[in-house]
Design a protein around this ligand. Structure first.
Ligand code: FES
Ligand code: FE2
Length: 415
């Protein structure tokens, strides 16, 4: 019998937040940006955490980060510290990093290997196994029930090498996600990838501003000269139709049958986590997301050659992914507080690729470092502006349709 305990999903909803939520939603002008409260009000943020964020699935990393039994990483989400660990049974579990004695953090390292297959709380040394079971508690009475005091576990699933967690008691189904990732991540061989680099960008802004920014490329022209040089996604969609079709045809010639899922079908199936994927062409002569458009690393998955495109795919509210034929990116949004969000970027390459031999780390990470730093800056400027008492939400443009769609989805779920 597993001693791990499911975390409860019935979080009491604060009355103050509920009172603020309904009028804010009612006042929302269709087709317009969200009002100030949605980015600045702590009580409203708490509503989002409880009603939305803890209910959905979120990617916390790649399974190569916990390759062997005892390997672990710690991460956080909405202020909750998670210990992600591979057990003796090779299952990956996400445990709440909160001691069942008096609540201390149990693991204080960012990553590592649990020596002796155990985690020892630094406070009074209660000792937990890799599956969260309480193995030892010093000087406790005979009748103490150790089985009832294991670390709590949240739902954890590994799909195509990506580790997803949900804090919900009954989480959303993942069939839709599995389908979307089978037609994208699987073809890029992401289960046979490894992490080449990770970078965290703390952003002084509400998590929705960061996600909205990721969802639209209206800003790419003015804010991302480097990205816009080769990514046709930076231009209005009608201009790219022919190039995108060519890339699809080229992938088919290579025997790679990418399955695109329309963003507008997002969350269409009741009770299912949302997922989508889109293929987009790179500019003339470019084959990868590099400074000069040239190749960066050994080809991955089903690709025997470059097809001149990039695939974007997204899961739920905060987990976004980009796949080039020779490397991939996990783009995580981690809400910490009403005006504090981390963006974690994880670069993936084929698992047998060697740094300095098969790829150059500086070249590999150049584009998305430059782009993420620029994004951090514009998102923070956006937060400064929407914090003004005189800020008035303006209209979304056609190039921001995905950001608009995302905001509508958030409002629908908050209702
Ligand atoms: S709080 Fe962890 S052992 Fe006391
Ligand atoms: Fe951007």
């Amino acid at each position: 019998m597993s001693a791990t305990v499911r975390v409860g999903g019935d979080y009491p909803v604060g009355a103050a937040g509920a009172e603020r939520c309904a009028p804010a939603i009612a006042a929302q002008r269709p087709g317009h940006a969200l009002s100030r409260d949605f980015y600045c009000d702590g009580a409203l943020y708490e509503q989002e955490v409880r009603r939305l964020l803890l209910r959905h699935w979120h990617c916390v990393g790649h399974h190569s980060q916990v390759r062997e039994p005892g390997d672990f990483i710690t991460t956080s989400f909405c202020g909750e510290s998670l210990l992600v660990v591979r057990g003796q049974d090779r299952e990956v579990r996400a445990l709440l990093n909160v001691c069942r004695h008096r609540g201390s953090r149990v693991c204080t390292q960012e990553s590592g290997h649990a020596r002796g297959g155990a985690f020892v709380c630094p406070y009074h040394a209660w000792t937990y196994g890799l599956d969260g079971r309480l193995r030892a508690a010093r000087h406790m009475p005979e009748d103490f029930d150790r089985a009832a005091h294991g670390l709590k576990a949240v739902h954890t699933r590994v799909i195509e090498g990506l580790i997803f967690v949900s804090f919900a008691e009954s989480p959303l189904g993942l069939e839709h996600v599995q389908e979307a990732l089978a037609g994208s991540a699987r073809l890029y061989g992401w289960a046979q990838a490894k992490v080449a680099h990770r970078e965290t960008y703390p952003v002084r802004a509400n998590w929705k501003l960061a996600v909205e920014n990721y969802m639209e490329c209206y800003h790419c022209g003015p804010a991302h000269v480097e990205y816009s040089r080769f990514h046709l996604y930076a231009r209005p969609a009608p201009l790219n139709r022919a190039a995108d079709e060519q890339v699809r045809a080229r992938a088919r010639e290579l025997g790679v049958e990418l399955h695109e899922v329309d963003y507008f079908a997002l969350n269409a199936r009741a009770g299912q986590e949302a997922a989508d994927s889109t293929r987009s062409a790179l500019g003339e002569g470019a084959v990868s997301g590099s400074e000069d458009g040239r190749r960066l690393a050994p080809l991955m998955g089903s690709f025997s050659d470059y097809d001149g495109g990039v695939t974007f795919f997204d899961v739920g509210l905060t987990s976004n992914f980009l796949a080039y034929p020779d490397h991939g990116l996990i783009y995580r949004f981690i809400p910490n507080g009403v005006q504090s969000t981390d963006m974690e970027v994880i670069w993936l390459v084929r698992e047998d690729a060697g740094a300095g031999v098969d790829y150059d780390l500086d070249r590999l990470t150049w584009l998305w470092k430059v782009t993420s730093l620029a994004d951090k800056r514009i998102i923070e400027l956006n937060q400064q502006g929407v914090s003004s008492r005189f800020y008035e939400p303006g209209p979304y443009t056609p190039m921001e349709q995905h950001a608009q769609r995302f905001v509508e989805w958030v409002l629908k779920e908050l209702q």
